[in-house]
Design a protein around this ligand. Structure first.
Ligand code: FPP
Length: 223
């Protein structure tokens, strides 16, 4: 969901107004997913690198995420959405926010229409480090470690590898998002800033994805 800050600055607004405007785009995408039957949607809401931002913006983002959870969780629940989180719940994340995350997860845990995963205080490298630590702590012998072992120790082992990753705002980078999981993901980049990313463009990205041929390292037409 990149480009909130630049969108706001281009309009002479404080960066935080860009994040506020980004909520609308986020729920356009959530609604479109529900309509067309996307079963897993993961958004990058706060990265392990975002702590480096000015403290007032960090504070805004922490409060804003909590606020969205409180305002939107019932509506998401009514639509059959299961809310989950990936990321480090370490000392930097306020306890109150962690409590709201648990409540939203608990409230929606039996829903299956769509799983909406919020990557919060998330970093792809941190996720791999955390997985390795858990594997070592579990006493798994080095020679027994396979790719499946790593996948099984990620933050949410049930989360399928993403079919499609969309990055907005004209940045052609992955920026530490789902590093292990994206090995065979299709990528769509758009210059649109997140607050201007609306339903039509999301559906266009899905159509673009549908036209791609995925070979997973193999050859077309063979398994
Ligand atoms: C990146 O834009 C966006 C963010 C760091 C935060 C986006 C978060 C939301 C829209 C709220 C999501 C909340 C929930 C609960 C799912 P940027 O600030 O990096 O933009 P820039 O690159 O133009 O500076």
């Amino acid at each position: 969901m990149d480009g909130n800050g630049r969108w706001a600055q281009s309009k002479g607004l404080p960066r935080t107004q860009g994040h506020r405007a980004g909520e609308h785009s986020l729920f356009e995408v959530v609604e479109a997913c529900l309509e067309i039957g996307v079963e897993w949607l993961t958004v990058y809401a706060f990265s392990t690198e975002n702590w480096r931002r000015p403290s007032d913006e960090v504070q805004f983002l922490l409060n804003f995420n909590e606020d969205i959870l409180l305002r939107r969780r019932d509506e998401l629940n009514d639509h059959g959405v299961r809310i989950r989180f990936v990321g480090r719940q370490d000392w930097r994340v306020p306890k109150r926010l962690i409590r709201q995350m648990h409540e939203a997860t608990e409230l929606t845990k039996n829903n299956r229409k769509m799983t909406f995963t919020i990557a919060f205080n998330y970093g792809g490298r941190a996720e791999i480090v955390d997985a390795v630590q858990r594997i070592v702590a579990a006493g798994i012998a080095a020679e027994k470690i396979t790719e499946t072992t790593i996948t099984d120790h990620l933050y949410d082992p049930e989360m399928p590898e993403p079919d499609l990753i969309i990055r907005t705002s004209g940045e052609y980078r992955i920026s530490n998002f789902l590093l292990w999981e994206l090995a065979y993901s299709e990528l769509v980049f758009t210059d649109t800033l997140w607050p201007e990313f609306q339903r039509q463009e999301f559906l266009a990205a899905i159509r673009d994805y549908q036209d791609r041929r995925r070979r997973f390292g193999g050859v077309d037409g063979r398994s």
